[in-house]
Design a protein around this ligand. Sequence first.
Ligand SMILES: *Cc1c(COP(=O)(O)O)cnc(C)c1O
Length: 416
Amino acid sequence: MFNSALVNRFHQLETPFYYYDLQSLKATLKACADASFKYHFQVHYAMKANFNPRVLDTIQSFGFGADCVSGNEVLAAVNHGFKREKIVFAGVGKSDKEINLALDQNIFCFNVESVQELQVINDLAAAKNKTASIAIRINPNVDAHTHHFITTGLEENKFGINTWELPAVAEKLRQCKNLKFLGIHFHVGSQINDLSVFQNLCLKVNEMQLWFQEEGFEVKVLNVGGGLGVDYFLPDKNSIVDFESYFKVFKDFLHVNPNQEVHFELGRALVAQCASLISRVLYVKNGIKKNFLILDAGMTELIRPMLYQAYHQIENLSWEQGAENEEAISNQQSGSSNQLSGSSNSHLATQTPHLITSYDVVGPICESTDCFRTDVELPESKRGDLIAIRTAGAYGEVMASGYNLRDRVQSVYSEE
Ligand SMILES: *Cc1c(COP(=O)(O)O)cnc(C)c1O
């Protein structure tokens, strides 16, 4: 992913920053669009995974819809050209202000997460003389077999409406004159790599749509949410998710009648691999038991490792380029190439390789949890080396904070 020209470019820049490879993003979006189009499935991008403007514009240009979880995300979706009839609004705690905003924007659908919320949306819509289209987010009690911090589809979670409450939902829907029931919505968790989880979800969806039909409701939309995982261990080898197999599960197991639409809400699977967090080594501390690599990026730039023990691949780019330089240098010595003379990174060429050392890679923030990973095997690293933390496109830049009054993390793009 990082050739020497790119690493040279990084060397000129202030760190830390997110590097976005827009070509990689487009390749992923195309793979997803092709695979979903085959079955006439509609994908709404879960904007909370990454709302960087360039990323949003690129995703919008592929015709995806937007799945929003706040009023501001609804506004951002509209402002970035997502079609109103392809914008949905989910979230367990929508405020009145946010609901009013979404009503004013005439979005496609509210995904409703409680009986009380049904009444609130109905009343706010009535005050505007409008009808709000809604889908019921059902908690299917499907175990996503993923980290317990990011499962959402179990009865003990705060999300969605539990199945025993559905009779109350049906009754409320019959009473609420300013609501239009569109369908049912599910989202069972995130970073799911075991496709049998989605197979189980399909069985639940089939069961639930039957229940609503028997209650006399037409179910026009089956929204099965997102949650498809990516490969954090082999970002280059598996840079694009196997969308074909994912959508085929729904093709094979979901009961879809001819006038129904099937909607998806993918976030991570679309954007995770397109970005890396690039930082520099500030200090190397060699202790008795531990060696620390202290970076100029920390939990204020990428909090996933600290928040839910997430794994990210960590690479020393200066060393990788050093290795390339060496090859070039030996070519040069044998007279075959002269490409490196005048290289601006002379310090790289003199680097003595390549003792593998174990480091705890940490950030500068005044918290002990500010550690990206412990015991990372890296070539011996030194002050000034460039470090890439891979697969940082999803839930990375969007979770950046201003803690310690740090500068806001910058973004750099592959095409200018
Ligand atoms: C976060 C979220 C998604 C996207 O999840 P990914 O794991 O990023 O695909 C989809 N739907 C809802 C309701 C969400 O909250």
